[in-house]
Design a protein around this ligand. Structure first.
Ligand code: C6P
Length: 605
C-alpha cells in the first residue's frame, strides 16, 4: 500500500466498522505498510523497546521534531514547546500496525500533551484489549512507556530541569478520584440485614443447630455471593492462564486479572497500576520486602524499627534478615493505655535505622496507629516505611499517596476475598530498584543459558502462574466493599466495638486489652479471670459464637502483657449490635460456669 499514515480518528472509525477478526488483522498489517522508512543505523539496542515479544525500534524523528507549537493559552511555556514526531519499526507485520496506531496517536503532539494523553480510552475504542493476545498488549504498553520516556526527556531538556514530575495532569491511565470528605452516613439496621443476606454462611447453624454468630473476622472474613459467583463464573466460563497464550480465553482471563489489579489501585489510590504486586498474602508481601529490599539495603549494625504490637508476619521476616545481615531489630513500647508510645518510637529512629515497619491496626489490641504521622517522622529521618495493613485496608480507607508509605501489605481473605491472594503496594522507584524475589516464568524479559533480564513491573515480582481466580475474586470483593463505602464500614465497626466495651464492662473478671474504643478498630480482645482463653472460646462456641483464642500470632506482645493467651472478638460490617449483646450474654454464662467450677467442693481457691 505504502500510502500516508491515516489520522487517528480515521483509524478508529475504520476499526469500528471491521467486526470480523481476520479483516481487522488485515487492516492492522495494512497500517504497518504506511510507516515511514526507518533508518537501519537506528536499529540499535538503545532504541529497542524492552518488553515486546518481537523487536520494536522507536526514535524521535530529529528532522521533524522541534518546530514550535502554537500557544495553547494554558501556559507561557507553550509557545516554545516542540511538537514531536517519531519513527518506529518492527520485524513483525501485526506489530508494525500497532506501532502505526501509536505514531498516529502521539505524533505531532507536544511532550506535555503526550504525557497527559490517556491511551486506555483509545485502546478501549479500538477494542485492543480483547483483540490482542496478552503478550502483545503488554508490548503495546511498553511502547507507550517508551514514547512517554522520550517525551519526558525532551521536556526536561526544554525547561532545563531534571525529569518531569508526574502530576495529576500527566499521570498515565489514572482516573483522578476525589477523596470523600462528606460526613459518614451510618449503616442502618435494614442495610446490615440486607447485606447479611449476601452471605450464605451467616444464615447457617453450628454445633447442635445453634445459629452462627461469626466474630472472628480479624482471622478471616466470610465471602458474599458476589465473590463466590465470580469464582464459579471464572472456572465455568473463561478460565485460562494469564500473560501467556494468544487465544481468546487467555485474553479474557488476563483482562480480568489485570482488571483486579486496577481495582486494587483504585482502592488504594495508588498512582500507578504496576505499583500493585499480587502476592499470596500479607506474610509473603513482608517477606518479599525483607528479602529483596532488605538484602540490598540493610547491613551489619543497621537497625529495623518495629513495634511490640506486631504480628509474627512483621517480625519473623526481619529476624531472618537480621540473621543474614547482622542488622539489629528494635521494638518500640506501648503507652500505658494500650496505644503505641509515639514519643519512644520517634526517639528510636536513629541514623542507623534503615526501615520502620509497623502495623496500621493491631490484630490483638485493635489499636489504630497514627500511620500518617509515623510515616512523616520516619521520612524526616530518612527512613523507609513499611505498613502492615492486614487489619486496616479491609476496614477503613487507606490512601497510599496521602499516606506516602513506601510499602503497604494486606491480605485478600480478610476483606471478603479468597485466601491465597494478597497485595504488596510499593512506590515505583523503590520497586524498580529492587531485585526480583522469586525467579521463574513470567518475571523475565529475556533468559539465556547464563543470565536473565527481569521483566518490567509488576511482572518482575510475580514469578510463575499467579493465583489467577483468587485475584479476580479479590477484585470482586473490592467492588463490593466500595459499593458499601469504607468510611461507613469503619463507622459501623467502631459502633460495634463501643457496644462490646459497654456490654463487657460490668462482667466480673473480664479485662479488655488495648485502648478505649475511639482509638480502636472493630476488635475486642479480653481475658477472663479464672479461665483459660481457650476454655472461654469453647463455652462461646457451644452457643454458636465464633471467636479466636490464643496468642493471635503476636507472642512478643502477649509476653510483654504478661499473658500466654487471650480471647478475641472481631467485627465486620455484617455484624449487628444484637449479636454483640448475645456475645456479652454468653460471656456472662461463661462467668457463671467458671465461678461454679471454682467453688466446687474440693477445689482450692
Ligand atoms: N492475622 C489473625 O487472626 P496472612 O496470614 O499473611 O494473611 O496475614 C498475616 C497478618 C499480618 N499482619 C497482621 C496485623 C495480621 O493480623 C495478620 C493475620 C490473623 O490475627 C491470622 S494469624
Amino acid at each position: 500500500m505504502a500510502s500516508a499514515l491515516p489520522r487517528l480518528d480515521e483509524i478508529v472509525e475504520e476499526f469500528a466498522e471491521l467486526t470480523d477478526g481476520t479483516e481487522r488483522l488485515e487492516y492492522l498489517i495494512e497500517l504497518g505498510d504506511c510507516l515511514t522508512a526507518f533508518p537501519d543505523s537506528a536499529r540499535t539496542e538503545a532504541n529497542r523497546v524492552q518488553g515486546c515479544q518481537s523487536n520494536v525500534w522507536l526514535i524521535l524523528d530529529a528532522a521533524l521534531s522541534g518546530s514550535t507549537a502554537t500557544a495553547s493559552g494554558s501556559s507561557g511555556l507553550a509557545a516554545s514547546e516542540p511538537r514531536l514526531k517519531f519513527l518506529a519499526d518492527s520485524d513483525a507485520p501485526m506489530v508494525r500496525g500497532l506501532v502505526a496506531i501509536l505514531l498516529a496517536a502521539f505524533s505531532n503532539r507536544t511532550p506535555r500533551e503526550i504525557l497527559a494523553f490517556g491511551v486506555e480510552p483509545l485502546f478501549e475504542r479500538l477494542k485492543l484489549r480483547t483483540f490482542l493476545s496478552p503478550m502483545r498488549s503488554n508490548g503495546l504498553h511498553s511502547m507507550v512507556l517508551f514514547v512517554r520516556g522520550l517525551a519526558e526527556r525532551v521536556e526536561a531538556a526544554r525547561i532545563g530541569a531534571g525529569p518531569v514530575a508526574v502530576t495529576s495532569a500527566n499521570r498515565p491511565n489514572v482516573s483522578a478520584e476525589p477523596v470523600a470528605t462528606e460526613r459518614v452516613v451510618p449503616l442502618t439496621d435494614e442495610e446490615v440485614s440486607r447485606l447479611r443476606d449476601d452471605f450464605p454462611i451467616l444464615a447457617t447453624t453450628v454445633g447442635d443447630g445453634v445459629p452462627l454468630i461469626y466474630l472472628d473476622n480479624a482471622a478471616t472474613t466470610q465471602r458474599p455471593r458476589a465473590v463466590i459467583d465470580t469464582i464459579r463464573e471464572a472456572y465455568e466460563c473463561y478460565f485460562s492462564n494469564v500473560h501467556r497464550g494468544g487465544h481468546s480465553l487467555a485474553a479474557r482471563t488476563t483482562e480480568r486479572y489485570e482488571g483486579a489489579r486496577e481495582s486494587v489501585r483504585r482502592l488504594l489510590n495508588a498512582a500507578r497500576k504496576h505499583e500493585v504486586i499480587f502476592t499470596s498474602g500479607t506474610t509473603s508481601a513482608v517477606n518479599l520486602v525483607a528479602q529483596s529490599w532488605g538484602l540490598e539495603n540493610v547491613g551489619s549494625g543497621d537497625e529495623i524499627l518495629l513495634t511490640i504490637m506486631e504480628h509474627h508476619s512483621n517480625i519473623v521476616p526481619w529476624q531472618q534478615l537480621a540473621a543474614r545481615t547482622g542488622c539489629r531489630l528494635r521494638f518500640a513500647p506501648l503507652s500505658t493505655d494500650g496505644r503505641l508510645d509515639l514519643d519512644a518510637w520517634t526517639g528510636m529512629l536513629t541514623e542507623r535505622t534503615r526501615l520502620a515497619a509497623f502495623t496500621a491496626v493491631s490484630n490483638v489490641l485493635g489499636t489504630v496507629n497514627p500511620i500518617e504521622e509515623m510515616t512523616r517522622r520516619a521520612h524526616a529521618a530518612g527512613v523507609v516505611v513499611m505498613v502492615d495493613a492486614a487489619q486496616s485496608v479491609p476496614h477503613q480507607r487507606l490512601d497510599v499517596q496521602r499516606l506516602d508509605a513506601d510499602f503497604v501489605a494486606f491480605s485478600g481473605h480478610k476483606m471478603l476475598g479468597p485466601a491465597g491472594i494478597g497485595v504488596l503496594y510499593g512506590k515505583e522507584a523503590l520497586l524498580e530498584s529492587m531485585p526480583p524475589f522469586l525467579g521463574g516464568g513470567s518475571m523475565i524479559r529475556t533468559v539465556t543459558t547464563d543470565r536473565f533480564e527481569p521483566a518490567m513491573l509488576p511482572a518482575k515480582f510475580e514469578a510463575g502462574t499467579p493465583p489467577i481466580v483468587d485475584a479476580i475474586a479479590l477484585g470482586a470483593a473490592i467492588e463490593y466493599l466500595e459499593r458499601i463505602g469504607l468510611e461507613r464500614i469503619h463507622h459501623h465497626e467502631v459502633r460495634l466495638c463501643q457496644a462490646a466495651h459497654a456490654a463487657m464492662a460490668d462482667i466480673d473478671g473480664v479485662e479488655l486489652l488495648g485502648p478505649a474504643p475511639e482509638h480502636k478498630g472493630g476488635i475486642a480482645t479480653f481475658t477472663m479471670r479464672g479461665a483459660h482463653a481457650d476454655e472461654v472460646a469453647k463455652v462461646l462456641d457451644a452457643q454458636g459464637i465464633a471467636v479466636r483464642a490464643g496468642h493471635h500470632c503476636a507472642m512478643p506482645l502477649h509476653d510483654r502483657l504478661g499473658l500466654s493467651a487471650s480471647c478475641r472478638a472481631s467485627f465486620y460490617f455484617y455484624n449487628t449490635v444484637a449479636e454483640v449483646e448475645r456475645f456479652a450474654e454468653s460471656l456472662r454464662t461463661a462467668r457463671r460456669l467458671f465461678d461454679r467450677a471454682a467453688t466446687r467442693p474440693g477445689k482450692s481457691t
